[in-house]
Design a protein. Structure first.
Length: 262
């Protein structure tokens, strides 16, 4: 574990040096995400101006949900964005084969190969939303609540990573796994709002099948003192289980990967 942490730090430093060669591009990449998120938040504001309460949730409470899932998504965006491109960029062009001839785990190498600066913008937006919602709702933070925020965000990040990993494995057979990954990933848009506003079937789907609710609704419910909030402590178990499944899927796909040929 120590070896891989040291290696990742070296990969990250090299990536940051490369990004800093084009500082304008780095800044534009981070700020473009902030602008895009701003348009999405504006849409939430418009909705809440016309419907001040969504099944008992006000605007600032919805922002808390939105902020937490944005923080969780930023972890995936910064550290695991390569899962989106494994087929298009690496397998199709033959670059994936180099991961197989080096003395480190291929999945680790894939993830460490690219740090995505766009995720920094997501992190800034998510943190700003949580802070704003906390101030407007007059939340008094306790050590346990801070711990829950950290647990929810980190677990949520791994839930995003695991679901993307599970779906990206299809690239070993169909090359371009983006449509399949997006089919699952886009369900997180529902989890930007409280799950209690949806029909029960959707709530169950986003809790136990595609569990993005553990990256947003349940941690937010705990911080807001709402019913079902204690379920947020299950988030690490959900994340660990999905990561285990995702890694086993990855190993299965890797076993049957035959290369690009010549």
């Amino acid at each position: 574990m120590t070896r891989y942490m040291s290696l990742y730090w070296l990969f990250l430093l090299q990536r940051l040096k490369a990004l800093m060669e084009y500082r304008a591009s780095f800044i534009l990449g981070a700020t473009s995400t902030i602008i895009w998120q701003g348009s999405s938040i504006a849409a939430v504001w418009v909705v809440m101006q016309n419907v001040p309460s969504l099944n008992g949730w006000n605007y600032d409470e919805v922002l808390m949900v939105y902020g937490i899932i944005t923080l969780a998504k930023s972890i995936n965006h910064m550290f695991a964005d390569n899962l989106w491109t494994v087929g298009r960029v690496y397998i199709r062009a033959g670059g994936f084969d180099r991961f197989l001839v080096r003395p480190i785990d291929p999945l680790f190498h894939l993830l460490a190969d690219r740090f995505c600066q766009d995720g920094v913008g997501n992190f800034i937006v998510g943190l700003a939303l949580v802070v704003k919602a906390s101030v407007d709702l007059d939340i008094t933070w306790t050590p346990l609540m801070v711990a829950m925020l950290a647990v929810g965000v980190i677990s949520g990040g791994f839930i995003f990573i695991a679901l993307n990993l599970i779906t990206c494995v299809s690239s070993f057979w169909i090359i371009d796994s983006v449509p399949i990954t997006r089919l699952v990933f886009d369900n997180h848009l529902f989890a930007q709002y409280p799950l209690s506003i949806y029909p029960k079937a959707i709530s169950i789907l986003l809790t136990w099948v595609i569990p993005y609710g553990f990256a947003s609704f349940y941690p937010a419910s705990y911080l807001l003192g709402r019913e079902m909030g204690n379920l947020a402590w299950v988030s690490p178990l959900i994340a660990a289980f999905l990561m285990f499944i995702g890694y086993r899927f990855w190993q299965f796909g890797l076993k049957y990967y035959s290369g690009t040929g010549s």
